[in-house]
Design a protein around this ligand. Structure first.
Ligand SMILES: [Zn+2]
Length: 60
């Protein structure tokens, strides 16, 4: 698994679920992991942290 963050100016390497890998997101505050459907949720459903606390998680 490769964590992909939005910080540091790195482009988001999000692959659509129709590709070989499906996207997930992860909360940097509580560690909640969720399936990524179209985009990041507006806030973490577990701890309520804003979207800025969430980052893309690519699972190969
Ligand atoms: Zn959270």
């Amino acid at each position: 698994m490769t964590p992909v963050t939005e910080s540091g100016g790195h482009p988001i390497r999000y692959r659509d679920i129709t590709g070989t890998a499906y996207g997930m997101w992860r909360c940097s505050v509580c560690g909640e992991l969720g399936r990524l459907h179209a985009a990041l949720p507006r806030a973490c459903p577990d701890c309520g942290s804003p979207r800025e606390a969430l980052y893309y998680w690519a699972e190969d």
